[in-house]
Design a protein around this ligand. Structure first.
Ligand code: ATR
Length: 296
């Protein structure tokens, strides 16, 4: 955890999402990222607030990396109560926070900041909790004793890897285009014997996995996915951490290779948001109807 450093150069923009249900001044929250226009977080938190009768506004803040710290400080100084942090700032948020929840500490990444009255920043990471709830409770997919493959060793993989280890898979493989990055991540995350790194090429020699999670951004520019079809089979569940109104490239790839089920990250998105909302407001929203609404 770093101490405050000097104000950073750069610009950030905020955009107000409207949620005020009473005459009282609402508490302000926001999500900060770059790009941020696509974020569904304002809609989700608006639905949570309506459901639970909380008086909040939830805004979008577009900040390039050099402007991240200024954006966080500015929002706190303007009376903001908390921030969600998304790509590419989760590790910068970890460095900035004075106090960390256990999941953020282990993942070295923060997606939820809470401002205290004395100006201190508390950082939590709800990505892993949100992902595991979707996988094991909503999709009803057990992890214990199973062979699990995580594709990608960037920011998206960081929050989910340790919760997966803690769920005691029989084997957990982390594959990445750049193998060194996978090795570093495994080293940082307190490895166990069940966790090992592979190149994408080495996956061609693996028998099909039970669960495959895509944490890469491969395919978003229309390029072919670099994963071997040998690692999926008719019993495989494929889960894409990304979400889209259409099928994602990874979901299309999985279906084309005959997997049992292919899911994208809507459930994780709503569950991690619910956990952030709980941290800030002390109330746990009912996520099922909200997930249903978003999917429609
Ligand atoms: P971040 O690190 O902020 O999560 P990123 O740089 O887009 O975002 O990378 C996310 C993951 O997608 C990384 O594992 C990256 O692999 P590298 O570590 O080798 O860069 C992976 N990735 C991105 N584009 C890819 C592609 N076309 N093929 C395979 N993997 C890709």
């Amino acid at each position: 955890m770093a101490a405050w450093s000097g104000p950073q150069a750069g610009k950030f923009q905020t955009r107000r999402g409207a949620i005020s249900t009473t005459g009282e001044k609402p508490d302000r929250y926001a999500v900060v990222g770059h790009p941020i226009e696509h974020s569904r977080s304002p809609v989700i938190h608006q639905l949570f607030a309506s459901q639970t009768g909380q008086n909040i506004v939830y805004e979008l803040i577009d900040a390039v990396p050099e402007a991240f710290e200024t954006a966080v400080r500015g929002f706190a100084a303007a009376g903001g109560k908390g921030l969600n942090v998304t790509v590419p700032h989760k590790q910068a948020a970890y460095e900035l926070c004075h106090e960390l929840g256990p999941e953020a500490e282990k993942a070295r990444a923060v997606n939820t900041i809470s401002f205290s009255a004395d100006g201190r920043l508390r950082g939590d990471n709800t990505d892993g909790i949100g992902f595991m709830r979707d996988l094991t409770e909503i999709l009803d997919e057990p992890v214990e004793g199973r062979r699990v493959l995580v594709l990608g060793a960037g920011g998206a993989a960081r929050g989910i890897l340790l919760p997966l280890v803690e769920a005691a898979p029989g084997e957990l493989v982390l594959a990445n285009r750049t193998i060194e990055r996978a090795d570093v991540m495994i080293g940082e995350l307190d490895p166990t014997d069940s966790l090992s790194a592979r190149t994408f090429a080495a996956l061609a020699d693996e028998p099909p996995f039970d669960i495959i999670i895509n944490a890469t951004s491969a395919g978003v520019r229309g390029e072919e996915l670099p994963f071997s079809p040998n690692c999926v089979g008719p019993d495989t569940l494929c889960y894409d951490l990304a979400y889209s109104l259409k099928d994602t490239p990874f979901v299309l790839w999985a279906r084309a290779n005959g997997v049992r089920e292919a899911a994208q990250g809507w459930g994780m998105l709503v569950e991690q948001a619910a956990e952030s909302f709980f941290i800030w407001r002390g109330i746990r929203p009912d996520t099922a109807p909200i997930l249903e609404k978003l999917r429609r």
